[in-house]
Design a protein around this ligand. Structure first.
Ligand code: MLT
Length: 242
C-alpha cells in the first residue's frame, strides 16, 4: 500500500487534530523509546507514560513497590526518589521483569501522551527499525505520522535520522515526487549519513549532553540497529508489545 506520510520534528510540533485518525510512530532514539523497548523486551508488564503536566509525585503514596516502579529523568538524570532513571541499561530483566513501569521523561513520554488521539501509536527507535517498517507495511491504514520527540521543542538529529531510515525502507529507496518537506529532509539526512548511523548519533547535541552527565554507554547502545523485532504500542494509557 502507498503510504501518505509526514514527519514532525518535536514533541510539541503537532496538534490533536494533526494526529486524529492517523497511525503515529513516536521516535525518541536518545533515549525514551529505546528504554521503553528494552524494558518490555526484558519482561516489564507494561509502561505507563506520564504526560507533561502529570505529577509523578502523586504515585508515591499508593505505589505497590513489589509490582510498580516509578522511573524517569529530569535533564537526563534520575529524579530523586525514583527507582530508575531513563538509561536503557538500567532496565535489565532482574529489575523490570513482571513490573509495571510508570515513566516520565522530558520529551519522549510527552510526545507519546500528546499523540493519544491517534488511531494507533507505535514506539520506534533504531533498536526496532525494521519491525516498525514491517508493521507499517502490513497495516491497511495509509496515513502515517513519524513524530520525532526532539529536545525541549527543538529538533534532534538522531530522531530525524531514524525517521529518514523508516521512510527510506518504506519507500524502498525511491523518494516519491509528492513527498512532504518533512519526509524529504529526513530521507535526505538518511541518504547522507545512513552509512554511519553511530557516528552521526555520537555527534548529536543530545549525545554530548549525555556524555557530560556520564551516560556514554547509552549512546552506543541506542545506536544499534534491529536488536529487537517487536513493536511496542500505546493503547488505553499503557505501552505494551503489540
Ligand atoms: C527525553 O524524553 O527527553 C529523553 O529521553 C531524555 C533522556 O535522554 O533521558
Amino acid at each position: 500500500m502507498r503510504h501518505e506520510i509526514d514527519v514532525f520534528s518535536s514533541a510539541i510540533s503537532f496538534s490533536e487534530q494533526d494526529v486524529r485518525n492517523k497511525t503515529v510512530v513516536v521516535i525518541d532514539v536518545l533515549r525514551a523509546c529505546s528504554t521503553i523497548q528494552t524494558a518490555l523486551e526484558h519482561g516489564a508488564n507494561g509502561i505507563i507514560p506520564l504526560a507533561e503536566n502529570d505529577d509523578a509525585g502523586r504515585y508515591f503514596g499508593f505505589l505497590d513497590a513489589s509490582s510498580m516502579l516509578l522511573c524517569g529523568e529530569k535533564e537526563g538524570k534520575k529524579v530523586e526518589g525514583y527507582k530508575l532513571g531513563n538509561s536503557p541499561l538500567e532496565y535489565d530483566r532482574k529489575t523490570v521483569e513482571n513490573k509495571t513501569i510508570i515513566l516520565k521523561t522530558t520529551n519522549g513520554t510527552r510526545a507519546i501522551t500528546r499523540s493519544s488521539g491517534a488511531r494507533e501509536i507505535l514506539i520506534g527507535s533504531f533498536l526496532n527499525l525494521t519491525a516498525i517498517v514491517e508493521a507499517l507495511k502490513t497495516q491497511d491504514h495509509s496515513e502515517v505520522l513519524l513524530i520525532c520527540s526532539g529536545w525541549n521543542s527543538r529538533l534532534s538529529i538522531e530522531d530525524l535520522l531514524c525517521a529518514g531510515a523508516i521512510t527510506h525502507q518504506l519507500f524502498e529507496a525511491h523518494l516519491p515526487d509528492d513527498a512532504t518537506d518533512g519526509v524529504k529532509v529526513s530521507y535526505g539526512l538518511y541518504e547522507k549519513f545512513g552509512s554511519n548511523i553511530p557516528a552521526l548519533i555520537q555527534s548529536s547535541n543530545h549525545a554530548k549532553r549525555l556524555r557530560d552527565i556520564g551516560f556514554e554507554d547509552d549512546i552506543a547502545y541506542c545506536s544499534q540497529i534491529d536488536v529487537f523485532s517487536s513493536v511496542p504500542g500505546f493503547h488505553e494509557g499503557v505501552i505494551s508489545i503489540r
